[in-house]
Write a protein that binds this ligand. Structure first.
Ligand code: ADP
Ligand code: MG
Length: 355
């Protein structure tokens, strides 16, 4: 099912939460709504779901206008950040809930719930209460529950926001696979650009109730439409690299990557946060990116250095402590060596990857 949003405006009192927003989500797409807190992401998602009504504009599923149809009749599944599982119900009953409400026959409920519990890899835990599960497991129950009604549209509002980084990353990969297997149209909200870029087919960057830019992750990252998008994405550096034989390589550097032991070389994306990069005047043994310093901003609690990688031609953003910055005495226009203290390597979804 495709989703089309046309000219949606939503006001809370005098405050315009959404201002004439239009958006197409083609059938089968996994789309990320990305933007700072307060930019209108949740409001837009709730309007798509039918949990909130817009002041103006319409929502179409395929070519059908569902603007006035309530959430129950839209056949959507949703998952929110604080997995509101029913605390006194078992995993099984949580997943079965939507089916029971819809008066699905008991044998059908049993069959479907069992399938879903397997799908989210929680077999053997059907009898547990939410309190007896880890955060990641609870979130998978929430997903199974959302999927129980066989939605054609899956809506997720910061579904992994409350989880720690490692679990979050595993669930992302897993969501991507699940989305592909089921062939749904999914929209998920996040304020974490890394998350959006890693799993989404399309990224929509929002700010103050408007869409600043939309496109594939690569399009948005390589060609930010305006300073807002550039600044918003500036919190992470992305480089293209490759993985092979348990190692990832990029820009002449190499790091261990045991998750990919295979001989066949594959493309990967390497993400480095600005504060995880260091600047040297000379190349170190481990290798470094050569970066031409374009601009420095030493005001504030960290010194920001903006440059361009000579290897990649792409922007590089480094944050230094004031002490380190003072020590380096950087000048605009000079070429320095930039090396990471830590990198994250992401692959396009691996079929054999499982958690
Ligand atoms: P996001 O999910 O991007 O953080 P939201 O869509 O939740 O943003 O909110 C956008 C703006 O609308 C915020 O400033 C928020 O305070 C306001 N807002 C959202 N829901 C309501 C509401 N029910 N009543 C009043 N203001 C609201
Ligand atoms: Mg929100």
């Amino acid at each position: 099912m495709s989703i089309r949003i046309v000219g949606i405006t939503k006001q809370f009192g005098a405050f315009k939460a959404l201002d004439d927003v239009s958006l197409d989500v083609p059938q089968g797409t996994l789309l990320a709504l990305l933007g700072p807190s307060g930019s209108g992401k949740t409001t837009l998602l709730r309007i798509i779901a039918g949990l909130e009504t817009a002041d103006r504009g319409s929502v179409l599923y395929d070519d059908e206008d569902v603007t006035t149809r309530n959430a129950r009749d839209r056949n959507v599944g949703f998952v929110f950040q604080h997995y509101a599982l029913f605390r006194h119900m078992s995993v099984f009953e949580n997943v079965a809930f939507g089916l029971r409400v819809r008066k699905v026959p008991k044998t059908e409920v049993n069959k479907r719930v069992e399938e879903l519990i397997n799908l989210v890899r929680l077999s053997g835990m059907a009898g547990r209460l939410p309190s007896q599960l880890s955060g990641g497991q609870r979130q998978r129950v929430a997903l199974a529950r959302a999927l129980a009604i066989r939605p054609q549209v899956l809506l997720l509002d910061e579904p992994f926001g409350a989880l720690d980084a490692k679990v979050r990353q595993e669930l992302r990969q897993w969501l991507r696979r699940l989305h592909d297997e089921i062939g749904m149209t999914s929209v998920f909200v996040t304020h974490d650009q890394e998350e959006a870029f890693e799993v989404a087919d399309r990224v929509v960057v929002m700010n103050k109730g408007k869409i600043e830019q939309q496109g594939t992750p690569r399009e948005v990252f390589d060609h930010p439409a305006n300073p807002f998008v550039m600044d918003f994405l500036g919190n992470v550096n992305v480089f293209s690299g490759r993985v092979q034989n348990g190692k990832a390589s990029w820009g002449g550097m190499e790091v261990e990557y045991p998750d990919y032991p295979h001989q066949e070389s594959r493309e990967a994306s390497v993400y480095v946060r600005p504060h995880e990069l260091d600047i040297e005047r000379f190349a170190t043994e481990e290798g470094a990116l050569r970066v031409e310093v374009k601009r420095v901003n030493p005001t504030g609690s960290v010194a920001k250095v903006y440059g361009v990688s000579l290897e990649y031609g792409s922007p590089v953003h480094v944050e230094l402590t004031p002490d380190r910055y003072a020590e380096l005495e950087l000048r605009e226009g000079e070429v320095v060596y930039v090396s990471p203290r830590r990198v994250r390597v992401f692959l396009p979804t691996l079929p054999e990857y499982s958690i």
